[in-house]
Design a protein around this ligand. Structure first.
Ligand code: AMP
Length: 453
């Protein structure tokens, strides 16, 4: 897959914070070696704040979502604190809401801990039991698990918690949203009380605060402002469009050859399916992941996306949690999320850590109010753009307005990036008719040097 084009952006928000070099963090040289191989040079804010506290064994509540470097912020202290302990006993448990997150954490653990003797195992549902039981029984010291399958294995007597020293609750808000509270409680009650507990959550709704109060002891609070995170490296752009023309507009956007790896979010599974089918009919290969797809279908879609077989992955929010794909060049919100925080989660998929990315949101008139709430949460207005020449007044197709697009369309465009996109030929922001793109037919994308708030 070609490298996403690197662009010059304004310095990230949060730049006033002193930069902490990764090698300044209080970690064993073997862990620094692992992190170096992952390419970590400077610590992200959550890492520079959480790691020094966590390595001392303190309980911790951290507000940070995917994309902030939070996984390393809890895995490295786990490795640091268990480095010298005898092998073959379970010292740490990380509870995550989804199998994708569990797999991602296990993968990071293997990489960050490659110069240690610690082994991890991922325990999650939707696949056979045997391999997981073998790995657990084979002496992995760090278990990363979703609550349901973990309870199954616990009930079957495969897990011995008596040496457990560290518990991490990852994405606690999502875990509760997904109805895992009873399972989480049951797991927690089976663990030794004498332990370090770290809770990571993107948001702090009352149920999460309550959970922290019940199960953590005098935790340190580490807060990474979601508005800062959303602003880091992400250029936001809103594209007003009638609801029935969203699929056509997306097709226009995808003519931009720099959109090399595009994660598209829809509100429902149905809309995700319909959109992926429509794109495929237009010769734009697209994968799709949502809650109704089997584990193997999801993995196949993810692999195809990672490997560049299809540059578009259509996803619903829950399915997309925990997806880690290097170099997502763009996030497209095909539908405006009802909750403003979800927007921050979604755009966190691009601009991963220090990388850069773009977030486009297709806003139909009935989504204006939801979009306004997002702008209020971010604390700045998101610029609007129109694609010159796009038929904004095209008639609604003869099918229900909830459908993502219509088959056929104007049929002028083939596959990926083989035509000039419309932005570069003079994309305009509403209320500002100056040309935004470079002159001529060069770039196929909006020029953000002026378009950014
Ligand atoms: P996370 O928020 O844990 O999902 O991590 C987001 C992405 O950022 C992952 O691809 C990490 O490997 C990457 N990452 C984490 N910490 C750093 C760092 N200090 N420097 C560069 N990339 C990082």
């Amino acid at each position: 897959m070609p490298e996403p084009q690197r662009r010059t952006h304004p310095p990230p928000a949060g730049r006033d914070e002193p930069e902490v070099r990764f090698d300044q963090l209080p970690l064993h040289p073997s862990l620094h070696a692992g992190a170096r191989e992952m390419g970590y040079e400077s610590a992200t804010p959550i890492q520079s704040r959480a790691i020094p506290e966590a390595v001392l064994g303190r309980d911790l509540v951290a507000t940070a979502q995917t994309g902030t470097g939070k996984t390393a912020a809890f895995l490295l202290p786990i490795l640091e604190r268990t480095l010298d302990l005898p092998p073959g006993r379970i010292y740490a448990l990380v509870l995550t809401p989804t199998r994708e997150l569990a797999l991602q954490a296990e993968e990071f653990l293997a990489k960050l801990g490659r110069y240690t003797r610690r082994r991890g195992v991922a325990v999650y549902g939707g696949v056979g039991y045997d391999a997981q039981i073998r790995a657990v029984r084979g002496g992995a010291e760090i278990v990363v698990a979703t609550p349901g399958r973990l309870l199954d294995l616990m009930e079957q007597g495969h897990l011995d918690w008596k040496d457990l020293k560290i518990l991490v609750l990852d994405e606690a808000d999502r875990m509760l949203d997904m109805g895992f509270l009873p399972d989480v409680r049951r797991v927690l009650k089976a663990l030794p009380r004498e332990r370090q507990t770290m809770l990571f959550s993107a948001t702090m709704p009352p149920a999460v605060v309550e959970l922290a109060r019940e199960f953590l002891r005098s935790p340190r609070m580490v807060h990474v402002d979601p508005t800062t995170v959303a602003a880091v490296g992400v250029s936001h752009l809103a594209l007003p469009v009638p609801a029935h023309l969203k699929a056509e507009l997306l097709r226009e956007l995808l003519l931009d050859a720099t959109m090399t790896s595009v994660l598209v979010f829809t509100r429902t599974k149905h809309r995700a399916n319909r959109l992926a089918q429509q794109l495929t009919r237009w010769s734009i290969p697209a994968g799709v992941i949502h809650g109704n797809r089997s584990q193997s279908q999801r993995l196949k879609a993810l692999e195809g996306f990672r490997g560049g077989d299809h540059r578009v992955l259509v996803a619903t929010d829950i399915a997309a949690r925990g997806i880690d794909v290097e170099g997502v060049s763009h996030v497209v919100n095909f539908d405006v999320p009802h909750e403003a925080e979800v927007y921050v989660h979604r755009v966190g998929r691009t601009a991963r850590a220090q990388a850069r990315g773009d977030a486009y949101t297709l806003v139909s008139p009935d989504e204006d109010a939801d979009f306004g709430r997002i702008e209020r949460l971010l604390g700045f207005p998101i610029p609007r753009a129109k694609i010159p020449g796009f038929a904004y007044d095209a008639a609604a197709p003869p099918r229900p307005p909830s459908a993502p697009g219509r088959p056929g369309g104007h049929g002028r465009h083939g596959g990926r990036g083989d035509h000039g996109g419309r932005f570069g030929r003079g994309a305009r922001r509403d209320g500002d008719d100056r040309r935004r793109g470079r002159r001529g037919y060069g770039p196929r994308r909006p020029d953000r040097s002026q378009g950014r708030p």
